[in-house]
Design a protein around this ligand. Sequence first.
Ligand code: AP5
Length: 218
Amino acid sequence: MRIVLMGPPGAGKGTQAKLMRERTGMAHISTGDLLRKAVSAQTALGLAAKGYMDRGELVPDTLVIGMIDHCLRTDGVAASFMLDGFPRTVTQAEALEDTLKTGQVPLEHVISLAVPREELVRRLSGRRTCRQCGAMFHVAFDPPRQEGICDRCGGALYQREDDREETIRARLDVYDRSTAPLENFYRARGLLREIDGTGSTTDVLDRVLVHLEAGRAA
Ligand code: AP5
């Protein structure tokens, strides 16, 4: 299956993609995770992307499209994947369409997770991520057993640079301006389904799975 997960920062794209990967074994491709890896490895891409990410702005299309194109053309990946955080602009969506057309593997579902803005701010300002294994926690909704320590691997938890309140609000504005218009792009292709992203993570997962099992979006 080929799925795009959309939704504003904090809507739960990464959380749902990880749960679905555990259930289905599908590849999870997160542009945010790929870019953060490039930043910490100080590659040319990472050095070019860092400033945009710290300010909560989008990394230029050319950089992100090149990165995803490379990823999708790797053997086997394009046949089945969940894209998390890509595309984020109409230009990126058109580039993705071209890549998938070349491989004759069209997108099947675009899921947009909907969560009220103040809930998004609460989720992001309390998020903590493991430096070692990438596991995610929330100081109030899903706290680790020991403060600052990952339950899974014992790694140190940190707060993402762009999860400070001012930057969170900037990211939400960027989403409304640049990414929300993509909904119309996918609605016109009959692929989009908005799903309520509130409630427990398993409630949300159940809604997503019910939709995927029911087939293509109406
Ligand atoms: P990216 O890493 O993609 O960040 P984002 O889209 O802002 O999304 P988040 O990871 O913040 O949120 P999420 O929806 O995955 O929520 P999560 O599951 O983590 O991008 C970062 C930056 O990289 C961008 O700002 C940009 O600069 C750059 N970038 C990336 N892709 C790009 C692209 N295509 N083009 C250009 N630039 C790009 O959950 C959040 C928190 O909520 C967690 O603590 C979690 O535990 C909690 N939570 C999740 N679900 C629930 C629930 N149901 N109830 C309670 N808490 C919940």
